[in-house]
Design a protein around this ligand. Sequence first.
Ligand code: ZN
Length: 158
Amino acid sequence: MNDRCRASVTSDGMGFHEYQCSRKAVKDGYCKQHHPDAVAARAEKSRAVWEERRKKEPWYVLSEVKKKLSDSLFEIERLNGIIKTIATDRDRFERAAVDWMTVYNRAKAGVERLTQGLKILAGEPDEQGHTHLAELHDVAACQAFAKRILAADKGGEK
Ligand SMILES: [Zn+2]
């Protein structure tokens, strides 16, 4: 009959003496109790109850503690790795900064020396109106002249 639940049930719970459910079909050919959604909902509820009970078992609690400990150790290892990387990078950055300052200072000094040399070669007169072409052959005089130029650039004495 079409209006009866189409689920098979057993009277003894062992799978023997199967017979069709005698209840009235209310949805999709099943009674309220045997509809797949209801069966699935009961199975889920039963699974959740079993899961809750399992979580209280000592072996489960212990395994969870072990897992958390393992995760913590892994996290500590990970953080250690990051700290080591940061430390290494900081050292690298500091070395790079020192290298860069050395290069910059050398370049700056080089530009200054070149500027003085170019001024002398160009025969430009200094503040007193003297030219220093003759000093090109005198290293000490050339250096003294360069120092005076530098001092003048800084707004110092002539
Ligand atoms: Zn039924």
